[in-house]
Design a protein around this ligand. Structure first.
Ligand code: MG
Length: 263
């Protein structure tokens, strides 16, 4: 087995990140866990390797829904990262040939804050397949910086169902696997409803509908809480509007044509 030396920033829960430099091997990317708690309302453990994987659906030849409407805020038009920052500084992902690429400088977030949104983005996992399970083409869209719609190369790549592409990470697998091949451009069209609070009490969960390459993969699905790794998601009161984040999980993922509409 080949192992690769990488410097990676592992993102845990709500961005309590730590850096680690060591040799990673297959043991670092297991295809599931059984020593994790049960997901409330299910018989599955968090990241359960036995949870039924979604069936594969071949998306249509074109993504559709690609061009930004007149009232959209362009978050990335292929030229610069002025709408993004990382750790309070200007974002430093590589920008070339009309896309931005994860380069190990960390997760980026929007300068502006959002609540309910329609979000369009296009991404490509690396054409050269490296790694496996969660180590292959991993990124993610974090609505409000904490509710992740997973991005992963899930084209013939075994991993736990609640961690594959378009999963609500650690919570809910996608309805189907609508991934294109590594290196091909894919789209997410996301309709997100922020959670509602009365004081500190949650009165309405965050919800998300996701189309991947024009295929519904999440249908008004509630989040159980803020995204967590190897733990049950929990809600914690937060502001009504927060940045959208794109995850640096150590893989050279590409993004283009990212736009948002406030709902
Ligand atoms: Mg991810």
């Amino acid at each position: 087995m080949k192992s690769i030396a990488v410097t990676t920033v592992l993102l845990l829960g709500t961005f309590s990140a730590f850096a680690a430099t060591r040799v990673l091997g297959p043991q670092d990317h297991p295809t599931g866990y059984k020593d994790t708690p049960l997901i409330p309302g299910t018989t599955w453990h968090v990241h359960d390797p036995d949870r039924t994987p979604p069936s594969v659906v071949m998306p249509g030849a074109t993504n559709g829904l690609a061009a930004a409407p007149s009232d959209a805020l362009m978050l990335f038009d292929g030229k610069d990262l002025t709408q993004w920052r990382a750790g309070g500084k200007p974002a430093a992902w590589k920008v070339e040939n009309g896309y931005m690429e994860v380069n190990g400088t960390g997760t980026i977030e929007t300068v502006e804050r959002f609540s309910d949104v329609q979000l369009h983005l296009e991404f490509a996992t690396p054409a050269k397949v490296e790694g496996e399970s969660q180590g292959r083409g991993n990124s993610g869209v974090f609505l409000m910086g904490r509710y992740e719609v997973q991005i992963l190369d899930s084209y013939e790549n075994r991993t736990y169902a609640d961690g594959q592409a378009a999963a609500l990470y650690g919570q809910m697998p996608p309805l189907v696997n609508a991934c294109r091949k590594p290196g091909e451009w894919q789209s997410y069209d996301i309709v997100f409803r922020a959670p509602r609070w009365q004081g500190d009490e949650l009165v309405s969960a965050a919800r998300v509908t996701v189309l991947q390459n024009g295929v519904v993969v999440q249908d008004a699905q509630p989040f159980l809480g803020a995204t967590a790794h190897r733990a049950v998601a929990q809600y914690a009161k937060h502001e009504d509007a927060l940045p959208i984040a794109l995850q640096d999980h150590g893989n050279p993922m590409r993004f283009r044509n990212v736009w948002v509409r406030r709902l």
